[in-house]
Design a protein around this ligand. Structure first.
Ligand code: CP3
Length: 341
């Protein structure tokens, strides 16, 4: 059966513009919170294929979005590479063991992607239950964004440690990025072989880099991942999403299908640059979901600009935990309704 989301990724005609939301599997859903309360620990949730499948499917059931995204985290891979991970309330993810020198990189596990069997099992489980007209998106973090956590040890405002490497020890940083890229590519290939219909690379911290450094330390590695996957699986769409780099868009090209547009970047600006060479995904400010009128205003504006062009509706970053579910449902319904052809 044809999947509207996959058709839209390739710029084919669809009955309406498909829609899903970044971070759609998460805390704004009471059914997610129920499982979280029961299991207690976020990472344990990601390591249990049954739970992975259940949480992935929740937004499909509740919101009728056109794509499900695997419930997992971009930091499971570096965790399996040998850096113990914990999530602390009010802080977020923490690696107590960090990467600072070449010996740390050499000791990372080259077989990590094989150890994430809970993800592959989860994907197989999801595919058994996912309606055939819906697509499953597998994902990973970009090597730059993942490396940022591996070097800083946690979320950062200044990125002082990894940016010191950019300017003072780029050779070591490239070694780390190469290693993460290799693991990431194999990880995505196995997600596809397990049943993922599309894959997405999240580069949340691309915007921490000035233009030339962004291309050298982030984009080129994302592009390589896309190229290596395309070589093997040309019919699986690849989505690249970098946050905070709207002004660098004119330099972005490569063998991918969909470009995520964050909420800082006017989508008409992205359209002017890319024309219909790629499908644009996005880009409503997620905080507009606090208010239905504000949501409607943005959806109408984006629909008007993107009419007749390659587009997938989404937010310009992840949905926030205190957004009313009702408003999320309103957004999804409205996107479909006003673009129905
Ligand atoms: O989109 C989805 O619904 C699929 C699952 C998904 C999660 N994280 C689940 C999650 C995806 C695609 C991610 C990506 C991710 N994780 C990114 C890139 C995208 C982005 O938002 O910029 C990053 C930077 C991370 C790292 C991460 N994971 C942080 C910083 C945090 C804590 C901050 C927060 O939002 O609470 C997480 C935890 C996390 N990942 C949760 C979920 C549902 C919340 C866990 C919980 O408290 O229950």
């Amino acid at each position: 059966m044809r999947k509207i989301f996959i058709d839209a990724c390739f710029g084919k005609e669809t009955p309406y513009t498909p829609v899903w939301m970044m971070r759609q599997a998460g805390r704004y859903l009471p059914e997610y919170m129920e499982i979280r309360k029961k299991i207690g620990n976020f990472l344990d949730m990601t390591r249990n294929p049954e739970i992975v499948a259940e949480i992935t499917l929740q937004p499909i059931r509740r919101l009728d979005v056109d794509a499900a995204i695997l419930f997992s985290d971009i930091l499971n891979l570096p965790m399996e590479m040998g850096l113990p991970l914990r999530f602390e309330k009010g802080i977020g993810p923490i690696f107590d063991k960090k990467i600072s020198k070449i010996e740390d990189i050499v000791s990372l596990d080259n077989d990590a992607y094989n150890k994430i069997s809970y993800v592959y099992e989860g994907i197989k489980q999801i595919k058994k239950e996912l309606p055939p007209e819906k697509a499953l998106i597998g994902f990973c973090g970009s090597p730059w964004t993942v490396s940022t956590y591996m070097v800083e040890g946690r979320g950062s405002k200044q990125y002082a440690k990894i940016k010191k490497m950019v300017y003072a020890d780029s050779e070591t940083l490239h070694k780390l990025l190469e290693k993460v890229t290799e693991q990431t590519t194999k990880y995505l290939l196995k997600q596809i072989e397990s049943g993922a219909d599309a894959v997405m690379v999240f580069d949340s911290w691309g915007g921490a880099l000035e233009r030339d450094k962004f291309f050298e330390f982030s984009w080129d590695y994302m592009r390589k991942i896309a190229k290596d996957i395309k070589e093997k699986y040309s019919s699986v769409p690849i989505i690249l999403f970098s946050k905070g780099v709207g002004l660098y868009m004119d330099g972005m090209d490569g063998e991918f299908d969909v470009l995520g547009v964050d909420w800082n970047t006017p989508i008409e600006y992205a359209l002017k640059i890319f024309k219909d060479n790629y499908t644009l995904q996005g880009n409503m400010d997620p905080t507009r979901l606090y208010n239905k009128e504000a949501t409607k205003e943005a959806v109408e504006k984006i629909a008007k600009i993107m009419k007749g062009h390659r587009h997938i509706f989404n937010l310009g970053h992840g949905i926030l935990p205190d957004v009313p579910v009702e408003n999320a449902k309103y957004f999804v319904d409205l996107c479909k309704e006003i673009t129905r052809r």
